[in-house]
Design a protein around this ligand. Structure first.
Ligand code: ADP
Length: 220
C-alpha cells in the first residue's frame, strides 16, 4: 500500500545542501517536492525538480495545505536559521512523516532536532571535515566511515604486498583488515581474490574497523 506520495521525497530548504540532495534524488529516479521560502531560489529549481513551492515551512498547517503529509520521507536542509530548522522538523513530526532527515550545524542543534522528531540527523560539515583530515595526508585516496566504527578506504598497496598474492601477504591476520578490491592504473576495479597478485601502483579497497584501517593506510 504505497502512500500517495509514492516513492517521493520532500526536500525543504533548497540551499547548497538541500539542493544537492534534491538533485541527486531526481537523478536516482524519485519524485521530489522542493520547498523554500526564497522565491528566486524556488524559481531556479522549477525545471529541475518534480514540483517546487515557495513557502515558509515552520507551520504544520502550511505543510498540510501543500500535501506534505502524503509523503513518507522528508529532508530538512535548513541550517543557518536554527529556529526555522527546528520548527520545520516539529511541523513534519506533527504531520506524522515516517522518515524525517535533518541537517544540523553542530551537536547541540542535532540534539534538539532529535528531540523534536528527526529520525536521522546528519552533520555535513563535520563529516566532510573528518573525511578531508583522512585524505589530506595523502595516505588515503578515499575514506567512508559507517556509524558503527567500520570504514572502507581506498589506499595505496603497502610495499610488503608488491609482487605477492593477497593469499601470501595475509594482510587480514596481520592487520585485521580485509582487501575487498584492487584497482590497477588504467584497468577496471576487480574483486580481491587470494590469488590476486599486487603490482606497483595498485590501489586497494580495504574494509575493517576504522582504527585498523587507519593504521593500515598509515604503513603504505
Ligand atoms: P546551505 O548552507 O545548505 O545553503 P542554508 O541554511 O544557508 O543551507 O540554507 C537553507 C535554505 O533554507 C535557504 O535557501 C533558505 O531560504 C531556506 N529556508 C530558511 N528558512 C526557511 C523557512 N522558514 N521555510 C522555508 N525555507 C527556509
Amino acid at each position: 500500500n504505497t502512500p500517495p506520495g509514492g516513492d517521493g521525497v520532500v526536500v525543504i530548504g533548497l540551499g547548497r545542501f538541500g539542493g544537492a540532495v534534491a538533485e541527486s534524488l531526481v537523478r536516482l529516479g524519485h519524485d521530489v517536492l522542493g520547498i523554500d521560502e526564497n522565491a528566486e531560489l524556488v524559481q531556479s529549481w522549477a525545471d529541475r525538480l518534480t514540483h517546487v513551492v515557495q513557502a515558509d515551512t515552520t507551520n504544520s498547517e502550511t505543510l498540510r495545505r501543500l500535501g506534505v503529509q502524503d509523503f513518507a520521507r522528508a529532508v530538512v536542509g535548513i541550517g543557518t536559521d536554527i529556529e526555522a530548522s527546528v520548527l520545520t522538523v516539529l511541523a513534519l513530526s506533527e504531520l506524522g512523516i515516517a522518515d524525517i532527515w535533518a541537517k544540523a550545524l553542530g551537536p547541540k542543534h542535532g540534539r534538539i532536532l532529535e528531540r523534536t522528531g528527526a529520525h536521522h540527523v546528519v552533520y555535513p560539515e563535520a563529516a566532510m571535515g573528518e573525511r578531508v583530515a583522512h585524505l589530506v595526508t595523502g595516505k588515503m585516496i578515499d575514506f567512508i566511515e559507517f556509524d558503527d566504527g567500520f570504514a572502507i578506504v581506498k589506499t595505496r598497496a603497502p610495499r610488503e604486498a608488491i609482487g605477492r598474492t593477497l593469499g601470501e601477504c595475509a594482510l587480514r591476520s596481520k592487520y585485521g583488515v580485509t582487501v575487498v578490491g584492487v584497482k590497477r592504473p588504467k584497468a577496471d576495479f576487480t574483486y580481491a581474490k587470494p590469488e590476486t597478485r599486487i603490482e606497483q601502483g595498485d590501489l586497494l579497497i580495504v574494509s575493517g574497523p576504522t582504527r585498523l584501517v587507519e593504521a593500515f593506510a598509515a604503513i603504505t
